[in-house]
Design a protein. Structure first.
Length: 343
């Protein structure tokens, strides 16, 4: 429901047949043409697309040695419903009684300041931060934090609170360009594919300790971490995987596993899938960038992503081999020269 003239509600866009050589050769919309999470349809190919933010991910070898799922709390005040004379309202932080003073002129900033000062008395100023409507505090060692609120606190204040998790690592962790948007993922793997079991957003990082909010999933001793930073870059993602039918390989592709059907008069059709396993090999990627555009096209290279530093990342269209029973009397016989290379 739109409740103001400044709101935008689209959700679905009819994207009409635009193809720009070297940019969106499959007919997908440009990132500037749709909103994040919006669905677009190409009316010619009938393919569906959406848009999502891209990230830089850094993995670390340190392991989790301990954690406290209630090391602290974030208390957020969204409204005050109090128009009487002065009243004292009770609440507790870390088991210690606190008093909030309200009167008919109280605003959210007054409440935040009082809660902030109460939290500083419990954990120290270095572990307390605040903004216009919330206070965050946490313990760096020892027992878990706690909060509780009286019936009048609940009656007069519209608020919610969430825990802060403290994670202790086996040694100091050097995060890369961390900020308030940094996401920390937890997994259990020694190499290769690392499946995420838990994730949270970074609040603070001090040597081997991480403090996170918005945590979901789980964390266990022995898990490793990965850092994910949002990039100022967006990616168009294909929702339905209808094969592109072209005489030559698409020069740009959207995701691993996409299909392309080569359809030329000179030979039988052949089905290809997009292999992105080569994207992690930086030396190999540079060798592809050094090729001429014609050579890249000949070798079925396709742009899949960028590394966030101005360099394109390439995948490879690989054929799914199937001989034609109609076109070959022998069915599975090889046709033409066969070269076997042993390394």
């Amino acid at each position: 429901m739109i409740d103001s003239d400044t709101q935008v509600q689209r959700g679905f866009v009819q994207h009409r047949r635009s193809r720009i050589s070297g940019v969106n050769g499959e007919g997908q919309p440009l990132a500037s043409q749709i909103l994040e999470g919006e669905i677009a349809i190409n009316l010619e190919t009938r393919k569906l697309y959406t848009k999502r933010q891209m990230y830089n991910t850094f993995t670390f070898s340190q392991t989790v040695t301990g954690f406290d799922e209630n090391a602290g709390y974030i208390i957020t005040i969204s409204d005050i419903d109090f128009d009487s004379d002065i009243a004292s309202i009770d609440y507790n932080i870390n088991g210690n009684s606190k008093t909030l003073i309200l009167d008919s002129d109280s605003v959210i900033a007054d409440v935040i300041l009082q809660i902030k000062n109460a939290a500083i008395a419990e954990v120290g100023a270095a572990q307390v931060t605040s903004d216009a409507n919330s206070v965050s505090f946490y313990r760096t060692t020892g027992s878990s934090s706690s909060v509780s609120f009286s019936s009048n606190f609940v009656k007069y204040l519209d608020f919610y609170y969430q825990p802060i998790i403290r994670v202790e690592m086996s040694s100091a962790v050097s995060l890369t360009n961390s900020n308030a948007s940094t996401i920390i993922d937890f997994d259990l793997a020694t190499s290769g594919f690392r499946r995420t079991f838990g994730t949270g957003r970074l609040i603070s990082h001090v040597t081997s300790k991480l403090y996170l909010k918005d945590f979901s999933g789980r964390v266990e001793i022995g898990y490793k971490i990965a850092q994910t930073n949002p990039r100022q870059e967006y990616q168009i993602v294909e929702i339905n995987n209808i094969p592109t039918i072209k005489p030559t390989a698409p020069e740009r592709a959207l995701a691993a596993g996409n299909f392309w059907i080569r359809n030329r008069d000179s030979e039988s059709g052949k089905l290809y899938w997009l292999d992105t396993s080569i994207m992690d090999d930086s030396d190999f990627q540079q060798s592809i960038r050094d090729m001429s555009p014609a050579t890249r096209l000949e070798k079925n290279a396709a742009v899949v992503d960028s590394d966030g530093n101005g360099n394109l990342l390439y995948g490879e269209w690989r054929a799914i081999i199937s001989t034609s029973l109609l076109g070959s009397g022998e069915g599975n016989a090889f046709d033409g020269n066969v070269t076997l290379t042993i390394t």
